[in-house]
Structures are given as structure tokens and as C-alpha cells.
Design a protein around this ligand. Structure first.
Ligand SMILES: [Zn+2]
Length: 303
């Protein structure tokens, strides 16, 4: 597996070219672009301006011999009827389409987006949520086919919504995510597995990964203690990493091993960041070793 990371350990005011250079120098073999963090700025930009901006990022990546493989697209918010300020269903679709076009310029194959609850106030039956989410994401298909960039939908977790009440989140379960992605029934739709979200949900990740199987195209690797979505480096929380790696091996996962670990990186002063990045790469390599070992075991079992 290629060891990859979002470049969001650097904030959005930090020069993107320098962020790419430092991640590449630390040994990351692929990168994830945190488009979502730039959305507040992009909302004020025309497409022509965004296109120029994306081309500059692509050139910076090429200069440093780095490759963007995936991207985190816009985040709609707590539910589709309660979006981030400035977003509604139409603008969310429009910005997601722009994200797909920007991903195409960067050379990224997958844009990760969040499934969501239709309403903030109450959980609804899974079938209703499935139909709603399916319609939202099918709107993107023409631009996906035009650009060749896929959409990987990510697993969520139950969380307090309004007044501290915990409401079921649609696609917190791998079964729901697999059903949604399978219903979209197109090679450009896939699933992204966020290990931290799954841990918050208390899932047995090996079992969940086996439910997703070949639908899994991307991962967000992050750790936590099961209490907050902390986005730590593996081994800093309580996830069973052997189980995760063995699950990925069992399904023959072909994608990158991509960190979403801003909780680990953000407190680190800039002058220590290169060491922090290098340690993250070493951690990824050790986990990839477990993956390779399990993959060989799985192949021998099948053989
Ligand atoms: Zn994630």
C-alpha cells in the first residue's frame, strides 16, 4: 500500500507548495488534498479563479514529484436539512461538482464525500435515507463521468444533534454504506472507510471491512479512544490495528493507506513537523508490514 496523508497538518494560510514538499520529503508516497478546508475561501471565487488555483497546486506537486491520489470534498454539515452556513442542496451539489473538476486537475482519482441524514431532528428508516442519499449523489454522475473522478462515500458515526440527544447517523454501519454504494451501481462510486468513525461507533472493523469488500476504494486512517473523533496517529488511541490491517488484507484492498490525523499533527510546532511527518511514515510502514503479512496468509489460504 502507498503510505499517504492529507496535507491538512498545515493550516490553509500555510503555502501549499511547501506543505507538499515537506510531506514528500518525509517519505509519503501519495497525498490527499483537503479541499473541504478551503471551501469558505472558494465560495468567493469564480470557477476560472479556482481552476487557476488548482493548476498552481498541480504544478507545485509536479515540482516536488508528489501525486495527489484523493481529495476530501465539501462537507454539508449535520444533516441535509441543516447544512453549513451558505450551503443548501443545490449549492452543495454545485460545490461538489467543482471539487470533482478540481480533483481532475490535481490528478486525484477519488473525492470523499459524506452521506447524511435527511433531517437533523430525527432518524428515519434506512430505506428512506437510502433513497434520499442516492438521489443527492446521482446528481454528480454526469460530472464524474466527464472527469473520470470517482466519489467515495464515507462511514459516519452516531453523534449528539440538537440538545445533546444522540441520533442515529445514516451510514454509521458498514451494511448501510455498502447498500448505498451498491445501489449507486457505477464503478465511479465507492466507499471510504474512516477507522476513527468506526471506533466511535464501537464496530468490529474486520467484520465491517468484509461487508464492504470490493466497494472499498479509499480509507481515512485515524485513531481515537472511542470518546471523541480525535484523528490521532495509529497506536495513540485504542483501535485494534491488527484487526484493521487483517480486514483490509482479507478483502484484497488495492487503495492507498491515507492518514487523516490532524489531531496528532496540529499541536506540533512547525519546526518539529518534519520529524512528526517522518514518524507518521514509519508508523504507516509498520502497519503496511502487517497488511503484507496478512495478505500473504490470505493468498496461501485461497491458494
Ligand atoms: Zn474521515
Amino acid at each position: 500500500m502507498k503510505i499517504s496523508t492529507s496535507i491538512h497538518m498545515f493550516n490553509t494560510d500555510y503555502p501549499i507548495g511547501e506543505a507538499i514538499r515537506r510531506c514528500k520529503a518525509a517519505g509519503f508516497e501519495a497525498l490527499d488534498f483537503n479541499y473541504t478546508d478551503y471551501v469558505p475561501r472558494l465560495i468567493g471565487m469564480s470557477w476560472a479563479e479556482e481552476e487557476r488555483w488548482a493548476q498552481e497546486i498541480r504544478e507545485a506537486a509536479e515540482l516536488h514529484g508528489a501525486v495527489f491520489a484523493q481529495m476530501h470534498g465539501p462537507i454539508h454539515g449535520a444533516a441535509f436539512d441543516s447544512m453549513q452556513p451558505g450551503l443548501d442542496l443545490d449549492t452543495y451539489a454545485a460545490y461538489s461538482e467543482r471539487a470533482l473538476r478540481t480533483a481532475a486537475i490535481l490528478g486525484a482519482s477519488w473525492v470523499v464525500l459524506h452521506p447524511g441524514n435527511r433531517m437533523l431532528a430525527a432518524a428515519e428508516p434506512s430505506a428512506k435515507q437510502l433513497a434520499f442519499n442516492r438521489n443527492v449523489y446521482l446528481r454528480l454522475l454526469p460530472v464524474m463521468e466527464e472527469t473520470g473522478v470517482g466519489v467515495a462515500l464515507e462511514n459516519m458515526f452516531d453523534r449528539p444533534r440538537g440538545g445533546g440527544r444522540s441520533v442515529r447517523s445514516y451510514c454509521a454501519a458498514a451494511e448501510e454504506l455498502a447498500e448505498l454504494v451498491a445501489s449507486l451501481d457505477h464503478p465511479l462510486f465507492g466507499a471510504c472507510w474512516d477507522t476513527g468513525h468506526a471506533h466511535m461507533q464501537g464496530l468490529r472493523q474486520g467484520d465491517s471491512l468484509r461487508v464492504l469488500g470490493a466497494l472499498l476504494k479509499a480509507v481515512h486512517i485515524q485513531d481515537n479512544h472511542g470518546l471523541t473523533d480525535a484523528h490521532l496517529l495509529p497506536y495513540q488511541g485504542t483501535i485494534d490495528w491488527k484487526e484493521v490491517m487483517s480486514g483490509l488484507a482479507a478483502i484484497g484492498y488495492q487503495g492507498d493507506f491515507t492518514y487523516e490525523t490532524h489531531g496528532y499533527f496540529r499541536p506540533v510546532p512547525l519546526e518539529l513537523m518534519d520529524s512528526a511527518l517522518t514518524f507518521a511514515v514509519s508508523t504507516g510502514k509498520q502497519l503496511d508490514g502487517l497488511f503484507q503479512l496478512e495478505s500473504t496468509g490470505t493468498r496461501q489460504l485461497i491458494g
